[in-house]
Design a protein around this ligand. Sequence first.
Ligand SMILES: Nc1ncnc2c1ncn2[C@@H]1O[C@H](COP(=O)(O)OP(=O)(O)OP(=O)(O)O)[C@@H](O)[C@H]1O
Ligand SMILES: [Mg+2]
Length: 269
Amino acid sequence: MTHPPKIRLAEVSKSFSVRSPDGAGASWTTAIEGVDLDIRHGEFLTMVGPSGSGKTTILDLLAGLSAPSSGTISVDGEPIHGPGKERGVVFQQYALLPWKTAEENIVFALKATGHRRGEDRRGIARRYLQLVGLDGFEDRYPHELSGGMKQRVAIARSLSYEPDILLMDEPFGALDAQTRELLQSELLTIWKRTGTTIVFITHSVEEAVYLGQRVVVLRAKPGRVTAVVDVADQKPQPGVDLRSTPEFVEARHRVWNLLHDQSPIGATP
Ligand SMILES: Nc1ncnc2c1ncn2[C@@H]1O[C@H](COP(=O)(O)OP(=O)(O)OP(=O)(O)O)[C@@H](O)[C@H]1O
Ligand SMILES: [Mg+2]
């Protein structure tokens, strides 16, 4: 038996009104056009695309922070009308409260959003900070943390909600290579344990193929889905270093070619 899709985007388009350069009038710019996508229950879906291809726009729509200009987005068969507790978001830029410590930022967010009611929220905050390697930094204020550490607090905060759906916009973009690899494998472990449906945006083809079961490739002007590459079969048994397998190298090539064949528009490969 197959599950109905966890998330469905049906013919979704989003346009923004922008001021003309002389400031005299306004025009419309199409950020994404005709996006059709089914995301399976418990799937780890990654998205790659050039800057301006509408990745953040799609994530904002999935989070319910903005509404499509046309088309519909549904979760578990129900159209969404705004943010929901079942969807947790990690933004491209961390948004921490500067007057609260790392731990307080998480506890505050859990309280404010009504997550984990009746549980030991401090304990939860500490556990997730530990998970992202911030053991011993619980009492630091954001200005006392590096950029990568701040982003890790933001990731710990979203994980601590234990949402049904986790929406992540280039969460590891600002991290050093070593921390990034560590968090990639932590995230895979968490995903396998929890069965969370994850939508993960990245600029890195390598990261997209490493993490995703399917990789959505986008193009810009306007943002459109050009291909969905299934890489689930490329995943080896646990304990095997995925990145060094021929299947991984082949999948990375395939996605890289799809990404680079598309621009500039009209060019022949
Ligand atoms: N609020 C807005 N007002 C006007 N135009 C917008 C707005 N948000 C996005 N856009 C436009 O929509 C297009 C897609 O933007 P988006 O931020 O989704 O791209 P992206 O793929 O996330 O890029 P990046 O990789 O640089 O983060 C761009 O052309 C952008 O200028
Ligand atoms: Mg973006």
